[in-house]
Design a protein around this ligand. Structure first.
Ligand code: AMP
Length: 424
């Protein structure tokens, strides 16, 4: 038989890595609860048509697409937003607004695998539907801030911008939406020369080039400079004002925004407003990002619904925690090995194990039928805190032997007092 490997770009998560993933997911869920986001669980496989509606050429080309046995064209979800938009226009159509939804799970993109870039990766995703106010943009950024903080990440920082600045300039100079999308995609990858080559209007080209060089000594100053720079472009100017308001709300609420990027673009096509990404200084890849998308729900056949959302890359956050050597603030519960001395004592030993588990104590029961010395040696290797040895003599007196595996101390403890002893 051949030995099997995982598919390229897909990983097994073992040991510490699996612990980190569940830790991050639990913190994301906690954040959802703190901000009032309801969890929804949607399918990994969705109709191709739904997923390709408005995610952008970049992601469309990287989807895992196949025909199911019923000849339907389907794909593995490359992100959550399309599924959430589908829900908003169907099952949740009549829900009162604002609608706050949270999801977590794996997504799939045929990216070139490298550090922090996989073909199967996990995201926690937050969407806020129904508000066009800057408070809504601020909420999505602030909840990302809370998540980063609660995870224990140090020195993380936000980069923020507004897609309406570039779009405002381009549309006023007569550049059609399709070309705008192509330009934004290249700008997202910092391929500026190629991006500008797509723009026929010389005026627009010069404006974009100038935008790249704008820089203030603080995020606020940069936004002011952008506003002044696009003074003759009403839509772009409106975008700069909106960015200014959101920036003020988040910075006043204690969110660390390192810089405003005047020519910030993101790969997904559906953004219409403020966009952002979060980083740590040690890694040059975004840990999460998002923005406003006011037109998407209409594309999916719903009533016009302004919306803003974000996704956090769990694989990359795990990498960030590892890079910063962050101790995961998980609860350290006591772990107990329950070991019957003879086979005849299995039932009594199991009863004790079940009592422990009912009280929330982790128990690894001796399922290998080993001799006591071997079982104890193994309990040490597995870093158990206690071994509870169930022997006939002690059992007759309603007791068992408890061995503290760290101090090596051993004592006989009445079964009624066992929990007290272990939890003390
Ligand atoms: P997006 O859905 O493109 O806005 O991405 C949101 C977040 O998902 C990014 O900030 C990354 O943290 C993460 N992410 C995107 N692509 C990948 C990938 N190929 N591998 C791992 N994480 C990714």
């Amino acid at each position: 038989m051949p030995t099997f490997q995982t598919v390229r770009g897909m990983r097994d998560l073992l040991g510490e890595e699996a612990v980190a993933f569940t830790f991050i997911i639990s913190k994301a869920r906690e954040t959802a609860s703190l901000y009032g986001y309801k969890e929804v669980i949607t399918p990994v496989v969705e109709p191709l048509e739904l997923l390709s509606a408005k995610s952008g050429e970049e992601i469309r080309q990287r989807m895992f697409i196949f025909k199911d046995l019923g000849e339907r064209s389907v794909a593995l979800r490359p992100e959550f937003t399309a599924s959430i938009a589908r829900l908003t226009t169907t099952a949740l159509k009549n829900e009162p607004k604002p609608l706050r939804l949270f999801s977590v799970g794996s997504v799939y993109r045929y990216d070139e695998p490298q550090r922090g870039r996989y073909r199967e990766f996990w995201q926690s995703n937050f969407e806020l539907m129904g508000s066009s106010k800057p408070e809504a943009d601020a909420e999505i950024i602030l909840l990302t801030n809370s998540l980063m903080q609660n995870l224990g990440l140090q020195g993380y920082t936000f980069k923020i911008g507004h897609i309406g600045v570039i779009r405002g300039i381009l549309s006023q100079e007569g550049v059609d939406e399709k070309t705008q999308n192509a330009v934004l995609q290249r700008m997202d990858k910092k391929e500026y020369d190629e991006a500008f080559r797509l723009v026929q209007s010389e005026k627009a080209r010069i404006m974009l080039q100038g935008l790249l060089t704008l820089k203030g000594s603080s995020p606020q100053e940069t936004v002011e400079k952008i506003g002044a720079y696009v003074a003759d472009y009403p839509k772009a100017k409106g975008a700069a004002e909106n960015l200014n308001e959101v920036l003020r709300l988040v910075t006043e609420s204690g969110c660390p925004v390192e810089f405003v990027e005047p020519a910030f673009a993101r790969g997904l096509e559906y953004y219409t407003g403020v966009i952002f990404e979060v980083y740590i200084h040690e890694l040059d890849i975004a840990l999460g990002g998002g923005g406003r998308y006011d037109k998407l729900i209409e594309v999916f056949g719903g009533d016009p619904t302004p919306a803003v959302g974000c996704a956090h890359g769990i694989d990359r956050i795990a990498l960030a925690l590892q890079t910063q050597k962050t101790a995961l603030a998980t609860k350290q519960e006591k772990k107990v090995a329950v070991l019957p001395i003879t086979e005849a004592l299995r039932v009594e030993a199991l009863k004790i194990a079940q009592q422990f588990r009912a009280a929330g104590v982790t128990v690894e029961f001796e399922v290998m039928g080993r001799k006591m010395a071997k079982a104890l040696e193994d309990a040490d290797k597995r870093k158990m805190d206690y071994a509870v040895i169930v022997g006939e003599r002690e059992l007759k007196e309603g007791a068992v032997v408890v061995k503290d595996l760290a101090s090596r101390e051993q004592s006989t403890v009445p079964i009624q007092k066992l929990l007290e002893k272990i939890k003390s």
